[in-house]
Ligand binder design. Sequence first.
Ligand code: ATP
Ligand code: MG
Length: 293
Amino acid sequence: MPDALPFEPLVEEAKLGPTGRPMPVIPEPKPVARHGNARVVAMCNQKGGVGKTTTTINLGASLAEYGRKVLLVDFDPQGSLSVGLGLSPHEMDLTVYNLLMERDVDIHDVVVPSGVPGMDLLPSNIDLSAAEVQLVHEVAREQTLQRVLAPALAEYDVILIDCQPSLGLLTVNALTAAHGVIVPLECEYFALRGVALLKTTIDKVRERLNPRLSIDGVLGTMYDGRTLHSREVMERLVQAWGDTVFHTVIRRTVKFSDSTVAGEPITTYASASAGADSYRQLAREVLSRWPDA
Ligand SMILES: Nc1ncnc2c1ncn2[C@@H]1O[C@H](COP(=O)(O)OP(=O)(O)OP(=O)(O)O)[C@@H](O)[C@H]1O
Ligand SMILES: [Mg+2]
């Protein structure tokens, strides 16, 4: 037997990505000539703490780096997206609540800059929890968000809606306003429970309210490639969802909570970090899937 080879043998595994499939070449996005005709995407999973808000902030910031004009919608009464971008919940003038409930409030009155060039924010705080109750009595209650977002479609390339961890009326509003859904899923076994219910909800909204709704992708988050467990969860995800699963996965790192405390995306807080690069790769992958973005 000869000693160890002087080079890494070219085994098949070397080409496999973290999802267990061959890693494709993800193209560099083309610059956009003109802004507008926004794709609206809901970040949705009724399970809490799976990375919805982190993905909204960092995918948004990465798309803005690629020259896209981005609007983030904080659609969670917890207001984590707004706080994660440095806003204080008590100092908001107008929020998504006012936009939904008051007919004389225009979207341009509520939009604020996010601190990231090319990315704006519709902020929320706990007031939004009242909207869930009050909307029940509205005409076309499921279409309320779609109606108030409509004037912004011509100005942005991408609108990302950060949903709350529930499948209630607010989330149904987000799914009705959206062209696509991104489902972040933590790479742990129990993450797979509840996904069937989410899929049923998406199917119902598509049948009854929004025929164009598609699932843009399922994103593995908090992935730890050193554990067999993370790899098994990815394998089962791919078995269940096939190529809907993004090739990009987001690894577990404390940098995400650090950047939240700093009130900015990881792409600016730790621009050269692996976490920032993963979200840039996700932005490229997402853009390669969207027809006109
Ligand atoms: N890849 C990651 N590695 C480590 N920590 C992460 C990662 N992604 C998110 N986190 C942290 O996990 C926590 C939950 O993330 P996040 O708030 O994005 O989830 P969420 O799905 O929006 O939660 P909620 O359902 O409560 O809105 C946060 O403290 C966040 O900083
Ligand atoms: Mg959240």
